[in-house]
Design a protein around this ligand. Structure first.
Ligand SMILES: O=C(O)c1ccccc1NCC(=O)[C@H](O)[C@H](O)COP(=O)(O)O
Length: 212
């Protein structure tokens, strides 16, 4: 099984970004959801986007965002992809892809087997599916450090490239890859020493374990 690609999400400072690049992560996630503890304001997004250029892919995370907010972030951070983490329909995903000319990653929140099947509706509308744990109502839609039952992905048949998120950390990512065969893994809270504070040692450990 080839080693999975790695996305490290919610990077908010140059030290974490440099650690992600040094650990050979494939994507840096920049969060543009204002309620997130990992929210990146446009000025800092511009700085980190420029620092990342040509060294790591830049994925912007949005939750039911308006076009103007997406446009501002795309321009500031020079995004390479747009991750939709809200309730965006296939029609809205396709509209965003056409408007911005960037690959769209659609997140599917998973609690039960029937949730996994919802990914099929995004064939032709999104470019990538990220399966993440469904979070409790009234909380953030992502970045909560919650895992779902990875066995729900057993026998997955999907027309789009995909990845796994939700509660992944240096201690469990190898097992998650072994069980699911995920071609990409994503982590936010599992590489933090405190809420929203990325830890370079955990970043290195996560990337090492994901490839082990
Ligand atoms: O990380 C956040 O604060 C966040 C807030 C709102 C929507 C999405 C968010 N994160 C997106 C991600 O891709 C996370 O990496 C993913 O949900 C996994 O998070 P975690 O379980 O903490 O590893």
């Amino acid at each position: 099984m080839p080693a999975p690609r790695i996305k490290l999400c919610g990077l908010t400072d140059g030290t974490a970004l440099d650690a992600a690049i040094a650990a050979r992560a494939d994507y840096a996630g920049f969060n543009f959801f204002p309620s997130s503890p990992r929210f990146l304001a446009p000025a800092l997004a511009a700085e980190l986007g420029a620092r990342a250029a040509g060294r790591i892919g830049r994925v912007g995370v949005f939750v039911d965002a308006a076009d103007a907010a997406i446009a501002e972030a795309v321009a500031a951070a020079q995004l390479d992809a747009i991750q939709l983490h809200g309730s965006e329909t296939p029609q809205r995903a396709a509209e965003i892809r056409n408007r911005f000319g960037l690959p769209v990653w659609r997140v599917i929140g998973v609690a039960k087997g029937e949730d996994v099947a919802k990914a099929a509706a995004y064939a032709g509308a999104a470019d990538f599916i990220l399966f993440d744990a469904k979070t409790p109502k009234g909380t953030l839609p992502g970045g909560m450090g919650l895992a779902f039952d990875w066995k729900l992905l057993a026998g997955l048949k999907i027309a789009l490239p995909w990845g796994l998120a939700g509660g992944l950390n240096p201690a469990n990512v190898a097992e998650a890859v072994r069980l699911t065969g995920a071609p990409l893994v994503d982590a936010a809270s599992g590489i933090e020493s405190a809420l929203g504070v990325k830890d370079p040692a955990l970043i290195a450990a996560f990337c090492g374990a994901a490839r082990a």
